[in-house]
Write a protein of this length. Structure first.
Length: 475
């Protein structure tokens, strides 16, 4: 990849203004793939200046012009889909099937749904003699994570383009190569110079400079709650808008009338997908206390059927976690669960048998977990499930809501009306009933310390617009 040591600023691949570099590590082999350039505040200044200049004209483009641009972006992305999937698999450990069928396609999905939102969006409305118009917010700063990298990049870039904004992207330095490919896609699509800019770097340097920059009008951040707080604090003096999609500790309520064998087996596999590195994973499984042993046995059997291995190996369903730091964190929390007295049903500390190299984690199931245990409260971001017993439905709802997070939730029942009634009482931004899939044209985001703002589709596009009232316009 020829652009690893460069940044994409003002429509050109340019040399960085600093000299720092960072190795990108393959988590399956623990070997370096390549090195990337690391940015400085001066690089941020250059990218923001380009975006600010481009906003003057791009904000005035028509709906039709932006629709044509999105069409070109979709076409260019499609041509690089295979490269993107291979890169994601190599740098963050997603199994080939997951990278090909979910990770890479999520990016083009957001481009398509942003186009659909733009086609039907009303940029003005009449209220008496006043006209309320919706205008692009300005220069946007994006900081994105490594776990679903293209999903989060495209979920910000696509609606911002649709709204008429310009932007500076800082992807995760842990898995940055997919973002370089994305920048190449944007270049191939003919995105006007300065509209999209890419800088690699770390949070304390590049992320902080972006968050505090007076010429960035909005920050959109996806990542940990701790880092999201830092972004908001740095952004506060300039009173810029901050949209955040942060951590989660989602409850999965299995109601007593659910098909335990089917539901628990499905949800253990789903929780372990992407090595458990999904912010909306159902990592707290709530089951009737009287049926704890039954649920634990089903979950144990399901976890032991999961195939952990190299991402490119046939049959692998779970690859490594992304880094040594993540591996160490997950191992520590598994040990914490053991130390605090949860019952270890499957998995545990250490690598799976036969995998001595790579950041592989055993799919782990704990039963008889008390809601106050560390593994029930902290976001682990690994394939670790905590099964918690509840006494009755009200107790299940109380436990589900007793968390600082509020991103997602899950409810399973053989009675749809029953599931609906419980779902409405869970304080989260999203609820999945009976395993229903995520929809890219509906709002994605959370309550409480899971963040603010919404992404995806028309709701995501609204995040990048300001409302202006023009009084007397219709007099």
């Amino acid at each position: 990849m020829s652009n690893n040591q460069k940044f994409y600023i003002n429509g050109q691949w340019v040399e960085p203004l600093g000299s720092d570099t960072l190795e990108v590590i393959n988590p399956a082999t623990e070997e370096a793939i390549t090195t990337i350039a690391m940015g400085t505040p001066a690089d941020v200044d250059a990218a923001v200046a380009a975006a600010k200049a481009a906003f003057v004209t791009f904000s005035q483009t028509t709906r039709e012009q932006r629709l044509e641009l999105l069409d070109r972006m979709i076409e260019a992305y499609g041509e690089r889909m295979g490269d993107i999937a291979n890169t994601v698999s190599e740098e963050m450990g997603a199994p080939t099937a997951l990278a090909t069928r979910a990770q890479a396609p999520s990016g083009i999905g957001h481009l398509m749904f942003a186009k659909a939102a733009l086609e039907n969006f009303d940029f003005s409305e009449s209220v008496g003699t006043t006209e309320v118009v919706y205008e692009p917010i300005g220069v946007c700063g994006f900081i994105t994570p490594w776990n679903w990298p293209l999903n989060q990049i495209a979920a910000k870039v696509a609606p911002a383009i649709a709204a008429g904004c310009t932007m500076v992207l800082k992807p995760s330095e842990v898995a940055p190569l997919n973002a370089i490919l994305f920048a190449e896609v944007m270049d191939a699509a003919g995105v006007p110079a300065g509209v999209f800019n890419l800088i690699n770097g770390d949070g304390p340097t590049v992320g902080a400079a972006m968050s505090a920059h007076p010429d960035i009008d909005m920050m959109s951040f996806t990542g940990s709650t701790r880092a999201g707080i830092a972004v908001a604090q740095a952004a506060a003096p300039s009173v810029k808008r901050v949209a955040q999609e942060l951590g989660g500790k989602s409850a999965n309520i299995i109601l007593d009338d659910a098909d335990f064998e089917k539901v628990i087996g499905r949800d253990v596999a789903g929780m372990c997908s992407n090595s458990g590195q999904s912010c909306n994973a159902g990592t707290r499984m709530l089951v009737p206390a009287a049926r704890m042993a039954e649920a634990a046995a089903i979950a144990k059997s399901a976890a032991e059927k999961i195939v952990v291995g190299p991402p490119d190996a046939e049959g692998t369903t779970v690859g490594p976690v992304v880094s040594q730091a993540q591996f160490t964190k997950v191992q520590g929390l598994i040990q914490k669960g053991i130390d605090e007295g949860a019952t270890l049903e499957a998995g545990g500390v250490g690598r799976p048998e036969g995998l001595d190299t790579g950041f592989y984690v055993k799919p782990t199931v704990f039963s008889n977990v008390d809601p106050t245990m560390t593994i029930a409260e902290e976001e682990i971001f690994g394939p670790v499930l905590s099964i918690i017993g509840y006494e009755d439905e009200d107790d299940a709802i109380r436990i589900a809501n007793d968390t600082v997070y509020g991103l997602s939730g899950y409810v399973s029942s053989s009675d749809l009306d029953h599931a609906r009634a419980v779902a409405r009482q869970i304080r989260t931004g999203m609820i999945h009933i009976n395993g229903a899939a995520l929809a890219l044209d509906t709002p994605f985001g959370g309550y409480k310390q899971s963040g603010n703002g919404r992404e995806f589709g028309a709701h995501g596009m609204k995040e990048f617009l300001e409302a202006k009232s023009i009084y007397g316009y219709n007099a």
